[in-house]
Design a protein around this ligand. Structure first.
Ligand code: FE
Length: 335
């Protein structure tokens, strides 16, 4: 009898350890992420499985799978999307001392629904041959007459722009945010199209003088395999706006634990690993992003751009004001 119980317990233990895994739904698609997951597997024996797709597809999938979803972790590259997943009831709260200590308060959801893994700043870049950085100051100033026909930025459907405008709504109210969006449209060098990288290519090709882009895309150009892209990167100056007031707009790549996670403990372990100094260095360096863990230095390239004042707005505001931002873009005819 006792033998049987022990045998059953043993089988249960082996069975359990053999199926130790964690399933990630991720919008990130970098080789370094893969290396990090390998390291985690080696350290813990927990197998990491990844499904990669666009954030909205992953959110829809989580929603339709409901309780049967195999997902343990959702990773996105924007706080607005994490907030959307949270609002749809697709995430659960996590209480981890390690996560709370490694991730600054404004970069995590206060109940523990999600946590930043990396930071990115949305900044002004300029053509070094044509613009003196002393002519630059704030996002708001890009609407002044001196930039008429010189401003490049991507479409209104882009989540980074939606989050930037959402931050302005949070800081200055809808009326001022709308005036800014309208002023930007007035100063566009062309109808918005393409990626952040394409905006910089247009600056280099003299379509306009300045662009609003995420910092890591400058890094991607400078480290591109194509010499033409490296040349574009070399022409760009990086300017951190709003240094005398709220600071440059910050967004994140971040993660939350899925509501119906079957491997919650493993999921928390993985998130804790991803904010550890070792992982943070690699995680951020891979995509030229800023680490969230303040004990970790950014890469040499990022350090060469200098330190800057960050907007410390609670990132939940980006999600909360997303619908208003989309509405304003529509109203001012930002394509
Ligand atoms: Fe991006």
């Amino acid at each position: 009898m006792l033998k049987n119980i022990l045998a059953t317990a043993l089988v249960a233990t082996i069975g359990f350890s053999a199926t130790q895994e964690v399933n990630i739904y991720s919008h990130r698609h970098y080789d370094t992420d893969k290396q990090l997951y390998k390291m985690f597997e080696k350290n813990t024996g927990i197998k990491v499985n990844i499904v990669k797709a666009k954030a909205n597809e992953l959110i829809n999938r989580l929603e339709s799978e409901g309780k049967n979803s195999p997902a343990d972790i959702l990773i996105t590259s924007d706080a607005g999307r994490l907030y959307l997943a949270q609002e749809k009831g697709l995430l659960q709260t996590i209480n981890s001392k390690i996560l709370n200590e490694a991730v600054p308060e404004n970069l995590r959801q206060k109940n523990g629904y999600w946590f930043a893994l990396t930071k990115r700043a949305r900044v002004i870049v300029y053509n070094k041959d044509k613009v003196n950085p002393s002519e630059l100051s704030t996002y708001e100033d890009l609407t002044s007459p001196k930039f008429k026909g010189k401003v490049l930025i991507r479409k209104a459907s882009n989540i980074y722009n939606q989050s930037l405008l959402a931050s302005m709504i949070a800081h200055d109210g809808e009326k001022n945010a709308k005036a800014w969006a309208k002023g930007m449209v007035n100063n566009f060098a062309r109808t918005p199209k393409g990626s952040d990288r394409d905006q910089m290519k247009a600056v280099a090709a003299n379509v306009g003088d300045v662009a609003v882009v995420n910092t890591y895309y400058v890094g991607k150009l400078l480290n591109s395999k194509k010499t033409s892209e490296v040349k574009v990167g070399e022409k760009m100056g990086v300017f951190f706006p709003n240094q005398n007031d709220r600071g440059a707009h910050i967004n994140i790549s971040g993660a939350g634990v899925a509501k119906y996670s079957k491997n919650k403990e493993n999921a928390v372990k993985l998130l804790e690993f991803l904010v550890s100094p070792k992982a943070q260095g690699m995680f951020a360096e891979a995509n030229y992003e800023y680490p969230v863990n303040k004990n970790v230095k950014p890469s040499a390239l990022l350090e060469s751009w200098g330190t800057f004042k960050e907007d410390t707005l609670d990132l939940e505001e980006l999600g909360k004001n997303n619908a208003k931002a989309v509405k304003i873009f529509n109203e001012v005819n930002w394509k």
